[in-house]
Design a protein. Structure first.
Length: 464
């Protein structure tokens, strides 16, 4: 019987885990459908490249289906090529309408520019003054409004000129026509203000009544021309929409463009071809990775069912150990820590999963080791020691083997007069192969190291 104490034992914070050696990259190749094996193009231990064929199943029917689907696809392409004439004509008309739209929008700018510079500006002494153009006609209370409108149009005409110069058949004509109509509205408001001014001129103006009447008539015509220009812009929008509708109708007809009916037939034929090719691919089993063939359980002539494993390929030169740690061990493990494997060589923790595995209820930990002693598929024991930061310095920790557990807490044994005597203890957290004793045991109190199979009152002999 061996006795010890917390002081004599020191901290026992060893963690022991069991892990499985596996390749960093490995793949199990399974058959998606059943069939008879017609060829096996690899052997166990051979090195294969990604995409290389390993096993082929009987596929004469699948190859015939692919050939038939290729013929249907080529026929659909030929039919689609013959149906492009109507769509081309509609597209040509749309291009012509877009060119006409460019001309109409530019004409709108020219019309407004002529109205301002050839008619309105005759009533300003310095119309191009960007700050204060002077009105030469009796303002009758309209002076401020007319000056502000003329200043606004000075900026509008400059920006509009740049915008029309940049027009092309591919421009957004919905936006361009709306912009042009808005600027025409501004010009119409200016013309309307002058028409009101003309109607209120008295006999003391420097213009005669006949001249004023002529001005009013001219500006009335200008207003009509501006409104007509807005109508032409609306007509352009309608013509563009009609031309686009014509293109869509041509594309939707059976003998129309390469979209819609003809295009749908091509897509249907292509879909049938892809489906036939996919069915053929299910009979040709390839490796998705480069590596060594570790398993190849099939032979030529075998009949296999769906989901049958036909090969396993792995990179045996790049191995890792996968283990699972519970909460009591996990907090002492960190990426980069060194661990001991089989008490012989070391490894390094490379990955700790951020979530608990739903099947094991523990957290996955991956360990890298380049020691040639481990092989793919081995089961190994991993041990490590927790740092002092992981275990409270005030913990009194003893081996789990020293505790007789009860429903709550437990008890330990000590030797009194060469007989076992039990004493109760309060227990804390379990860590690795140790448990914390929170009450009932002093640091120097001696206790039995291994209480398994012992009972109170047993006579024992102490072994140093």
């Amino acid at each position: 019987m061996q006795l010890t104490s917390v002081a004599a034992e020191g901290s026992r914070n060893d963690i022991s885990l069991v892990g499985t050696v596996r390749s960093f990259t490995e793949a199990a190749i399974t058959a998606e459908r059943g069939g008879r094996v017609t060829s096996v193009a690899a052997t166990i231990g051979s090195t294969v490249q990604a995409g290389q064929v390993l096993v082929s199943l009987e596929n004469a029917a699948e190859r015939a289906a692919v050939l038939q689907a290729e013929g249907s696809y080529e026929a659909a392409l030929a039919a689609a090529a013959q149906s492009a004439i109507g769509t081309d004509e509609a597209a040509t008309n749309l291009r012509a309408t877009r060119n006409q739209a460019v001309t109409t929008v530019r004409t709108a700018y020219t019309t407004v520019d002529n109205v301002i510079k050839n008619n309105v500006d005759q009533f300003f002494s310095n119309p191009s003054n960007p700050v204060n153009p002077e009105l030469t006609i009796n303002g009758q209370g309209y002076s401020s409004s007319l000056v502000q409108q003329r200043i606004q149009l000075q900026s509008i005409l400059r920006d509009w000129q740049d915008r029309t110069a940049a027009l092309s058949p591919t421009s957004d004509f919905a936006a361009e026509t709306n912009y042009a109509k808005s600027q025409i509205d501004t010009a119409i408001r200016l013309v309307d203000t002058f028409i009101e001014l003309f109607s209120e001129q008295d006999r003391f103006t420097k213009y005669s009544e006949a001249q004023i009447a002529g001005f009013a008539s001219t500006f009335g015509s200008l207003r009509s021309n501006l409104i007509a220009q807005q109508a032409q812009l609306d007509a352009v929008v309608s013509s563009l929409e009609a031309a686009r509708d014509a293109v869509r109708r041509a594309e939707l007809t059976a003998a129309g463009g390469t979209t819609s009916a003809a295009d749908a037939q091509v897509k249907q034929a292509l879909g049938s071809l892809r489906a036939a090719q996919a069915n053929l691919a299910k009979t040709i089993l390839r490796t998705p990775i480069t590596g060594t063939v570790n398993e190849l359980p099939v032979r030529v002539g075998d009949f296999i069912g769906a989901q049958t494993k036909v090969a396993e390929v792995a990179n045996n030169n790049a191995l890792e150990i996968v283990t699972y740690a519970g909460d009591n061990e996990l907090f002492a493990l960190q990426v980069g820590d060194t661990v001991t494997i089989e008490d012989e060589f070391t490894g390094t923790i490379t990955t700790i999963s951020p979530a608990v595995d739903s099947q094991t209820g523990k957290t996955e930990v991956r360990i890298a080791s380049d020691n040639p002693a481990i092989k793919n598929g081995d089961t190994v024991r991993i041990t490590t020691s927790a740092s002092t930061e992981d275990v409270a310095l005030t913990d009194v920790r003893v081996p789990l083997s020293a505790i007789k557990f009860e429903r709550e807490d437990g008890y330990m044994f000590r030797v009194v007069n060469e007989r076992l005597e039990k004493f109760p203890v309060s227990l804390g957290s379990v860590f690795g192969s140790t448990v914390a004793v929170t009450d009932g045991l002093g640091v120097t109190d001696e206790f039995v190291i291994d209480a398994r199979g012992l009972r109170e009152g047993d006579e024992v002999e102490i072994v140093e």
